[in-house]
Design a protein. Structure first.
Length: 272
């Protein structure tokens, strides 16, 4: 296109052969320039020198040739610079439309990928929440069962303690009755007896005559029998004492005579 005469130029394409004779040698400089600029702009917009076009590898001019042939194959229009520029424009527009379609398709795919990612994230959140709720329920159930077992164990221990206390109380009461029977009848006052007044643990007082030959253990047994009617009278563990002077009597095998008690004696129960 550098030569304005263009008298011997021939354009060749795979589809048809068009002679430049159809382009009048009087073609104006403006028309040729317009055609040349259109071709140059198309070549600039095509990107790399070679790209795929269908199943063939075509250069930019070959692509333009294909576009021109596709535009002119079904027409009988003269092969003029205007027609050539129109074919090139159609090719560029077609490529732009394909590009826009590709971009739209890419945007749709990106949007779908984002939506799928959101759905997956929501699903993971729901699954995590479900697992946390299950774990919390299991922990709560475990704690409830643990509390129930502890409560049952406490109730069992309480029942065992009460049963043991009842058993001990029954044994204690039985021993007290045995001691009461072993005391026999109270002897009448005489030279061989001593009257002993005892201040019990609850502050009450009892008196009884004892033979001088009886051991202090007999006096202690008598004190313990007072708890049959009054549990506070005699504690489980105590010692017999005299107040004036202060003396603790711990040798229960000693006889009353050996302890030097006079005709009347006042003793007290001291809780240990």
């Amino acid at each position: 296109f550098d030569d304005l005469t263009l008298q011997s130029y021939t354009y060749t394409s795979p589809v048809r052969r068009v002679s430049v004779n159809s382009i009048d040698t009087r073609t104006s400089h403006d028309e040729v320039t317009l055609m040349q600029k259109a071709i140059e702009e198309s070549l600039r917009d095509q990107g790399p020198p070679r790209r795929e076009y269908g199943s063939q590898i075509l250069s930019a001019p070959e692509r333009i040739s294909q576009a021109i042939d596709a535009s002119l194959i079904d027409t009988q229009a003269p092969y003029t610079p205007d027609r050539l520029a129109e074919a090139i424009t159609e090719s560029i527009v077609d490529q732009q439309e394909r590009k826009e379609k590709d971009e739209e398709e890419l945007e749709r795919e990106i949007a779908q990928a984002i939506e799928l990612s959101k759905q997956e994230h929501e699903r993971e959140k729901r699954e995590q929440l479900r697992l946390e709720q299950e774990e919390a329920f299991k922990l709560s159930l475990f704690k409830d069962r643990q509390k129930q077992r502890e409560k049952e164990q406490q109730e069992l221990e309480q029942d065992q303690r009460e049963e043991l206390e009842e058993t001990n109380e029954a044994i204690k009461l039985s021993l007290q009755f045995e001691k009461c029977l072993s005391l026999g009848d109270e002897p009448k006052p005489s030279e061989s007896t001593v009257n002993i007044t005892i201040r019990l643990a609850d502050g009450s007082r009892v008196s009884r005559n004892f033979y001088r030959t009886q051991q202090l253990q007999t006096v202690k047994d008598f004190i313990e029998t007072q708890a049959i009617d009054n549990p506070d009278a005699a504690p489980d563990s105590f010692v017999i004492v005299s107040d004036f002077p202060r003396v603790e009597y711990t040798d229960l095998e000693s006889t009353i005579d050996q302890l030097g008690f006079k005709k009347r004696v006042l003793l007290s129960v001291h809780t240990l």
